[in-house]
Design a binder for this molecule. Sequence first.
Ligand SMILES: NC(=O)C1=CN([C@@H]2O[C@H](COP(=O)(O)OP(=O)(O)OC[C@H]3O[C@@H](n4cnc5c(N)ncnc54)[C@H](O)[C@@H]3O)[C@@H](O)[C@H]2O)C=CC1
Ligand SMILES: O=C(O)C(=O)COP(=O)(O)O
Length: 597
Amino acid sequence: MPQPIVAANGHDTRPKVLVPEKLSPDGLALLQASLEVHERQGLSADELLTIVGDYDAIIVRSETKCTASLLKAGKKLRVVARAGVGVDNVDLDAATKLGIIVVNSPQGNINAAAEHTIALLMAVARNIGAASLSLKGGKWERSKLVGIEVKGKTLGILGLGKVGLTVARAAGGLGMKLLAFDPYANPALAAAANVEIVPTMDELFETAEFLTIHTPMIASTKGLIGTAELSKMKPTARVLNVARGGIVDEVALLAALEDGTIAGAGIDVWTSEPPKPGDTASRLIDHPKVVATPHLGASTHEAQENVSIDVCEQVLSILSGQLPRSAVNAPIILPEEYRTLRPFVVLLEKMGSLYTQHFSPSNTAQQLRTTFDLTYEGTLASANTTKPLFAALVKGLLSPISSSDSLNINIVNAELVAKERGILINESRSRDQVEQEGYSASVTLKARLDPRSPSASRVLRGDPFDANASGAGRRKKIEDQVITGFISHNTPYISRLGRFNTSFVPEGTMLLCRNYDEPGKIGIVGAKLGKSGVNIRSMTVAPIETSATPSEDAGMAAGDGQREALMILGLDRAVSDDVRKSLIGEEGMLEASVVVL
Ligand SMILES: NC(=O)C1=CN([C@@H]2O[C@H](COP(=O)(O)OP(=O)(O)OC[C@H]3O[C@@H](n4cnc5c(N)ncnc54)[C@H](O)[C@@H]3O)[C@@H](O)[C@H]2O)C=CC1
Ligand SMILES: O=C(O)C(=O)COP(=O)(O)O
């Protein structure tokens, strides 16, 4: 949980949450201890745009339009929380691109929406709206307001998801016959609720005495019910919409009511909310055959408490570095799964960063354009998801060459970002036992020739060393660009770097020197570093019997079969590039790179 932090100047530096709509205080109370919560109802779109940049999270209902420009203006935004189900007011593509997690509350108001649908069903069947108005107007019109019973009538359900099924169960209790059209319906759940799934939408339109809509508002459902569909319905039929305005075309619905194509409608949601005076929605609201409510489906105390607590808990999770339970634009990862993966997330980020700094420092943020094989070995091969590891690797690869504020990479946008930067990562699993030295899982990152550029076969990439150095100091084959890491006692280790088997903790500033395995090399490096005021904190030497031959490995003098060693030094401060270069000039020193991990 984020802790309250007060800066030296006394200002509150807790993460900030903007709440521009009415949210139940039950959830907000959870935030108040560790976050700065600003409830600002009634802001215009422009005002919102001006202030959103100050906030780490925004919690909305259906009124706030989280457009691409609003999300872009939210420079610090890490989460958009929708206290409800429908996320059609959030530009999900833009959020994903920006690495902003969008969460919702998929269960909290389902019952409320279903009960509201039943309320409209009964109100439409029994003329409740008109009767109430008439009586309040001093009239007593019993014979004019005779209704119909729903018992024995057919309810057609378009969209048999959570709300649709809950409506079905309640309507079944009222003795209705239940039909549904939903290409993705769960047949077992449908059968258990006595719902017959029909193969075509037309069958629903033709048979239903009441048609109720419970699909989300997405491109394929916008205007799903128009003049053609309404004309297939019985003249006695009534339409209910507690899903979203615009799924039923309002102009077509008004015409169908006026010319008697259908008998009535119960509508909770509108194309434009609130409807503007004089527009079609307003004419529908005034229509005597319509029972209208102002988007009240989720407006019960119970539902508002549920959704508020649900999304506030998720905001807290995300702002404290955990994963939410209902991310709309990210994979669902169970907390216990994430706990197991967490040390490897740290390892993968370090491996990515080590790769770029050691093997590929001349690349730019725009294009890393490399193909990698990433293999999860041992027990890690059975992980349900590797998304957080993938994201950590992409972040690590790019962090040394991107400014940190442009680098909001997480499970939401990692794949997109990798694609944009030309990075191809092939993930695979190897169940071979890696039980040794107290660890049972490891990860290997291997660069390989980019199949996208055939000419790459002779291109030697990633010279981490001095391009002016001659002979052995010059270049490294892409096949040698391998890093293996493992976790022991929650600490990340590198066990292979290039051709060297080693074991070191990738942390802080490190100097990596390849040299002939001869006496005196450590002394030379130590003296040079000491002269420039740099202390050595740790040291590991990894020897190798080199296998390179001059013909295979252009520019490498190691083909003479001389033993090489990789010296890995942990340093207490940064090393200037001049000092690094001066090391390569020394007798038997082949390469030197500095990495910060
Ligand atoms: N009026 C209000 O206050 C409330 C409105 N809602 C609305 O209800 C919608 C549904 O909510 P849930 O049931 O929780 O969603 P859900 O995702 O559980 O169910 C939606 C169902 O619609 C189906 N579907 C999608 N396209 C379809 C199509 N072209 N034809 C037939 N079926 C299709 C899906 O397969 C899915 O089973 C939400 O998206 C939201 O817009 C939800 C809560 C409150
Ligand atoms: O949850 C939904 O999809 C709703 O439509 C509820 O909207 P609201 O939060 O009441 O503005």
